[in-house]
Design a protein around this ligand. Structure first.
Ligand code: X8Z
Ligand code: ZN
Length: 631
């Protein structure tokens, strides 16, 4: 979405937090402590200022005016973006590009003006706001004439191309939703390959524009003092960018052994089903066989890896259908989870204004998102919801964004965003981890007599792992690719080969077919690339949601295994969760993490604890297999 053209903080103001822009928060290690003494000294120095350098008073006025400017523009732009995403036409694209250009100009202007106060000693809170402004947006436009307009036009065009993408399959024109259904359910490798390749015919026309966009945002980033846009993004985590890269690597190192075991077991199942020609037992996994268009979560092929001998687990898709759930009911039930924790119900306007089923009569951006149109209570979701277990989780994910947005609505505009962007993506997912069989009984979806016995634990864990553990390296590789694109390590002609290099390295996947076409731009067939949404947030969220879940279950006094815990209806957990959420980005993220979990570090040990019984099972299954995929 074009929201990324405004500063991240202003976007939070825009409230378009669906796929939150990377935080603009400053490196507070450098920010001074807000002691009264410092403030007094600063004031004294400022009062006597005679050399034309800016004063504390000017800094205050600048921040106040910036806040007003951001609120004014974002209030307007949010409506334009909403209409465009709900009604994609030439005209709405043009309007969105205009709003985007205005946003880009505003964030560039504010970033440059904020530099004026670099040498001024400021109280920590003002320094934090100032540094946030200086980071501009994730896709900054250079100052030169016409750059903001050009950038906004390209970005709008890329997203619209994705949103309206269609291709021919068996003589019929199909869209992403239809193609995804085939990938999820077909077990015919020729058909899977054809649909997988078909969807990727929508993206070659994006490649050249994408390269132009990279040049523009790199120039904009250099003007802001960053080596390139990747460095700008990595700088958004209250720590030095290099330290953040190490942090992400450390977290991946923690969870990789679990992924490796899951990969090995899944590949063996695919090899058994399809044979050596389609899926060899020692090569990377063919990406079209995993039940998901991008091979990012594998729950749709759970049937192939279901542990034998134990109980069955719970098939939420089947339960939703048996109980005649429609899309609205799915959202209502998700809302009830939040209200059970003590959060206030969604406003009436949420129900009047959200889009929860795919309209047949017009083009919309179907990729699920959550919005806050007025920065206060006008929260909405927009998704082409399907009645299945996957989207039941996504509905919780989106409402997590909305409840977070509303929780921090009283913060100044600069702080109306997640503690870091991973937090924003983790809230609803954390809630969805509490969808246990016992919880499903409480909400009447499952009959008490159908609660699976303890022997079904492995089945439940395997279902979860096929989505959550499988996702981890994908969550990591998408921005590894973008960082290399921004740094120039991958040139335009290497975009696709670079993508597959990383797909193999991190996920152990390969594409179907011998080669990809020379003009292929497979990254463009994943929403967040043309949609220009940073992706590292989802990797972090997949770590954080388990960390939050563990902390919540400890708070609730739950003593059993982590995967059996549900925090449904626990007001004390809700109160403490809300206390973290209402902080927004007003403090560095370790402060927010500490407020809820008692620790200041992101940590993969909770996800390992959650899946510990499955890890034991997988190691046993894999013991005579040769795992790994390196040649
Ligand atoms: O994009 C999303 C959300 C909106 S922020 C639906 N997700 C990522 C994806 O679909 O690729 C959630 C999980 C990962
Ligand atoms: Zn999200």
């Amino acid at each position: 979405m074009r929201k990324v053209l405004l500063t991240a903080a202003s976007l939070a103001a825009l409230g378009l937090a669906s796929c939150q822009p990377a935080s603009t928060e400053p490196n507070t290690a450098e920010a001074e402590k807000p002691t009264k003494a410092v403030e007094a000294l600063t004031a004294a120095a400022n009062a006597g200022q005679e050399n034309g350098a800016p004063t504390l008073q000017e800094a205050k006025e600048f921040l106040e005016q910036a806040e007003k400017d951001i609120i004014e523009l974002s209030g307007f732009a949010a409506k334009v973006y909403w209409i465009q995403a709900n009604f994609i036409t030439q005209d709405t694209n043009a309007l969105a590009a205009m709003a985007g250009a205005q946003g880009a100009k505003l964030s560039t202007r504010l970033a440059n003006e904020a530099k004026r106060f670099n040498e001024l000693s400021l109280p920590a809170d003002m320094r934090r706001k100032m540094d946030g402004l200086k980071r501009g947006s994730n896709f900054p436009a250079p100052e030169k004439d016409g750059a903001a307009e050009k950038l906004a036009k390209i970005m709008t065009g890329l997203e619209a191309t994705y949103g309206t993408g269609k291709f021919e399959h068996n003589g019929e024109i199909i869209n992403l939703g239809q193609a995804s259904d085939i990938i999820a359910t077909s077990r015919n490798p020729e058909e899977l390959q054809s649909v997988w390749e078909g969807w990727r015919t929508i993206s070659p026309p994006m490649r050249n524009d994408y390269a132009k966009m990279v040049d523009i945002v790199n120039e904009g980033s250099r003007e802001l003092g960053y080596a390139d846009a990747g460095a700008l993004w990595r700088g958004g985590y209250d720590m030095d960018g290099e330290a953040f890269v190490k942090e992400a690597d450390r977290l991946w190192g923690q969870v990789k052994p679990l992924y490796d075991q899951l990969h090995c077991n899944t590949r063996a199942a695919l090899n058994e089903k399809y044979g050596d020609d389609i899926q060899p037992a020692d090569a990377p996994i063919r990406a079209d066989l995993l039940g998901n268009m991008w091979g990012q979560s594998w729950g749709n092929i759970y049937d192939m890896v279901a542990p034998k001998g134990g109980g069955e687990g719970v098939d939420i898709t089947a339960l939703l259908k048996e109980n005649d759930y429609d899309q609205k009911k799915m959202v209502e039930v998700a809302e009830t989870f939040f209200t059970s924790l003590g959060f206030e119900a969604l406003p009436e306007t949420f129900w009047e204004r959200s889009l929860i089923t795919k309209p047949e009569d017009r083009e919309v951006v179907c990729h699920a998102s959550a919005w806050n149109l007025d920065d206060l209570e006008d929260i909405r979701i927009k998704m082409c919801t399907k009645i299945n277990g996957e989207d039941f989780v996504t509905v919780h994910h989106e409402l997590g964004h909305n409840f977070y947005q509303r929780a921090y609505k009283d913060q100044p505009v600069f702080y109306k965003t997640g503690a870091n962007d991973g937090f924003h993506e983790a809230i609803g997912d954390m809630i969805a981890l509490s969808i246990t069989p016992e919880y499903l009984v409480k909400i009447g979806l499952l009959d008490e007599k159908d609660i699976p016995g303890a022997d079904a634990d492995l089945a439940l864990l395997m279902r979860q792992a096929m989505d959550k553990v499988a996702f981890l390296p994908f969550g990591l590789m998408v921005d590894q690719w973008r960082w290399k694109v921004f740094s120039g390590e991958y040139s335009e002609s290497e975009y696709n080969s670079g993508w597959w290099e990383l797909r193999e390295k991190y996920q152990g996947l390969r594409h179907p077919g011998e080669t990809r076409p020379g003009d292929a731009f497979d990254p463009g067939a994943k929403f967040h690339i043309p949609g220009n949404t940073p992706y590292m947030r989802y990797f972090l969220a997949h770590i954080l949601q388990f960390q939050f879940h563990k902390a919540a279950c400890d708070m609730a006094g739950f003593e059993g295994p982590l995967h059996q815990c549900s925090i449904y209806d626990n007001k004390e957990v809700g109160r403490r969760f809300n206390a973290m959420m209402e902080m927004g980005a007003s403090k560095p993220w370790p402060d927010a993490l500490e407020a809820f979990t008692g620790t200041r570090d992101m940590d993969g040990s909770a996800i390992l604890e959650y899946f510990a019984p499955l890890m034991t099972y997988l190691e046993e299954q894999n013991k005579d297999r040769s795992c790994g995929w390196s040649k």
